[in-house]
Design a protein. Sequence first.
Length: 377
Amino acid sequence: MTYIFLLILLYNLPMVKSAYIHIPFCKSKCHYCSFVSFNKLDLKKDYIKALLKEIEFNYQGEVLNTLYFGGGTPSVLEYTDFAQVLRKLKTNSNTEITTELNPEGVNYGYLRALYDLGINRISLGCQTFDDVLLKQINRRHNAGQVIDAVKVAQDVGFDNISLDFIYGLPNQTIESFLKDLKMAVGLGVQHISLYGLKIEEGCYFYDNVPDNLPDDDEQADMYLGAIQTMKDLKFEHYEVSNFSKKGFNSRHNLTYWNNDEYYGFGVGAHGYVNGVRYGNVETIEEYLNDPLTHKDSHLVNSQEQLEEEIFLGFRKMQGVNVAQINAKYNIDFEEKYNEILKKYEGLNLIVKTPQGYALTEQGILVSNVILAEYIAD
């Protein structure tokens, strides 16, 4: 009887179908960056060895739906480094395999090698096409290198290319920002991610605040302008920060927003496996010394799971799915949160959808205030 019970328990455990791999190396640090990244390229070989150990120890052999190499700057790796990691993981022709790349670090031979390894989606850190701004934020590339990188990737055969942009940069105007987006779409990319500049402790700008930063109202106007511009350019706004052509939503991003579980491998990486959210150590030296021990871990209780489901669901433009939440958590969503829903519907910050509820464009701008009300006392 006990044996049968264990089989049922194991059968019902959620299967982890995605993995994030952190490559923490950068040749230099961008002035806005507070991510876990280091200019310690001499440790690459040792880092890959430690990374492989962590994968071998934790990975349970599932065929992955998505795999994402982030950073840092994954393009500082040789294609043979990617090959070593990919050999440790099970993928198939349906797996979305993404790597972030810096525009100045790619050429036809390198991209062709990655393509032949099975990597089928690339994300290029563009940030802006304004060369003056690129220098001011300490990016290593220029606008011409972004354009060249996209064209070379297309020549190789990549048909799923994403560009990242930042709005709210020093001296940036709404006109120049929207011009950047139109230029990106004109290059024929399939996906665009937008991030408002946030100056956080640990980055250069935190101690050296630049002049002429757009204020909060100007940032909001840039964001709302981007939504309309991308709509006009036939891109779907599927998540707060992400836009894509039809059929090109980032499946890996949606792993997070759907509150699905995923592995996190590498220094500073976070994962969510068997109901446990965990984080790895944040220095390379600690990670090389012991890549198998998480820095912290937390078993998410049912109330926390519900709150996460709501927070993450509201990041998607389709919003939260009431029927799914009711079935999963045995609640009546509309009854439980009736006062909150009525309050923000009345303010036109939340709107009812065929599946449930979603934030309006104005609601997105104050989402932190709205979502805080869903946290239990």
